[in-house]
Write a protein that binds this ligand. Structure first.
Ligand code: E4P
Length: 222
């Protein structure tokens, strides 16, 4: 399972990179515009904190076919490897995905609201499929649709990986990991929510206090 961070905040990525096994980072136009940085600044800062083996995803902004392909080439030229363009699965986007894959670019099909959209993008060769789990819940059961998608890809032998996106809480992430999802992209605060169970710190504090009372120090090493 690949754990990807959904953020334009390089400091948050650095911190989680030191703590957990992170596969890479996704951004989208909203995340970048909210960051107060230019896309170039976000890319520069992110590439400083990511290793060459970690993946980085930026999104095409143009809505027409030619514009999407131009954006895709620009994005994929940002680094020699492990750079992916995110392309929304509009009709123009699906056409652009075919072209980008014919050119050998890394592609993540995004803004996916149904298993069918995702499946057709996989048939066009997309490497990753990003269903917007939380937003899909406005139209039905997002988690169930993604489980359907996993089955559709498996029975048809399509190699695309599903990177479930648009999470608002750890339970949604948990359900999809249990269902065998290949990847998730999660905002740093949601990841931390999955790590920092209050009971863990209470247990650690108990251990430290007992140790201090018995041996007069708070470390194993004297
Ligand atoms: C990630 O690839 C998506 O762009 C992102 O998860 C969308 O999340 P949102 O629904 O919070 O905008």
């Amino acid at each position: 399972m690949e754990l990807i961070l959904d953020t334009a905040d390089a400091a948050a990525v650095k911190e989680l990179n030191e703590t957990l096994a992170i596969t890479g980072v996704t951004t989208n136009p909203t995340i970048i515009t909210k960051s107060g940085k230019t896309p170039e600044q976000v890319a520069d800062q992110m590439l400083e904190v990511l290793s060459d083996d970690q993946l980085f995803f930026m999104q095409a902004v143009a809505e027409d076919y030619e514009g999407i392909v131009r954006d895709a080439r620009t994005i994929c030229a940002l680094r020699p490897k492990n750079m992916y363009v995110k392309i929304p699965v509009t009709p123009a986007g699906l056409k652009a995905i075919k072209t980008c894959k014919a050119e050998g670019l890394g592609v993540l099909a995004t803004a996916i609201y149904s298993a069918d959209e995702a499946f057709l993008a996989a048939m066009n060769g997309a490497d990753y499929l990003a269903p917007y789990v939380n937003r899909m819940c406005n139209y039905g059961d997002g988690v169930a649709q993604v489980k359907d998608l996993l089955q559709m890809l498996a029975v048809n032998g399509l190699p695309a990986k599903v990177v479930a996106a648009s999470f608002k809480n750890g339970n949604q992430v948990h359900e999809l990991i249990k269902a065998g999802i290949q990847a998730v992209t999660v905002p740093p605060e949601v990841v931390w929510g999955m790590v920092k169970h209050p009971g863990t710190q209470i247990a650690v504090t108990e251990f430290t206090e007992a140790w201090q009372a018995a041996f007069g120090r708070t470390t194993f090493a004297a």
